[in-house]
Design a protein around this ligand. Structure first.
Ligand SMILES: [Zn+2]
Ligand SMILES: [Zn+2]
Length: 176
């Protein structure tokens, strides 16, 4: 009879963990976070999202670089926010793409805006989800056009974009 050693008890051997390290995050393709500490808490793992049914990923869909999870030090785990872009290839993650697409589709349906204004609004969306020198200009333009589009549209944009925008952009679009 052979007894298998519990694989959870391999620590304390010759292999020492680095003191500060990034965990891996598991996120569904729509952006629901399953687990931001997949390595240290591997029991919280899902093939599909329990909120929307979409498949989950732990790597960039373009370059296969691992999605960074929470940062551990010997004594603490820092707070973590879901990334919008991949640091390996610079492309938006699937959830960022999905939100951007939804916001662009919404722009196309705004009857209060002229076709030119709609395309300007769509262009500004690309810049407000990123942190670039153009962001401040785009935020300004976005605010004006959305104000013209009306409150229901403004609320819908907020619902779509609120969790992909940076704190700074959020503050300048929706102060307070
Ligand atoms: Zn989901
Ligand atoms: Zn990538």
């Amino acid at each position: 009879m052979t007894l298998k050693l519990d694989s959870g008890k391999t620590s304390g051997g010759s292999k020492s963990k680095p003191e500060n390290w990034y965990d891996t995050a598991q996120i569904c393709t729509n952006g629901h976070v399953i687990n931001e500490q997949l390595i240290s808490s591997p029991h919280i793992k899902k093939k599909f999202c329990d909120r929307c049914g979409a498949p989950t990923i732990t790597k960039c869909q373009h370059c296969r670089v691992t999605i960074k999870g929470a940062y551990h030090t010997r004594t603490t785990t820092s707070s973590w926010t879901r990334p919008s872009f991949c640091p390996g290839c610079g492309k938006p993650y699937l959830w960022t793409e999905a939100k951007l697409k939804a916001a662009q589709e919404l722009s196309d349906e705004l009857d209060n805006l002229s076709p030119d204004e709609r395309s300007l609004l769509k262009k500004s969306l690309d810049d407000i989800v990123r942190d670039t020198p153009q962001t401040a200009v785009a935020v300004n333009r976005f605010k004006k056009l959305v104000a013209k589009a009306g409150k229901p549209a403004a609320d819908a944009f907020r619902d779509i974009l609120v969790d992909v925008l940076s704190e700074a952009v959020k503050k300048s679009i929706w102060p307070s």
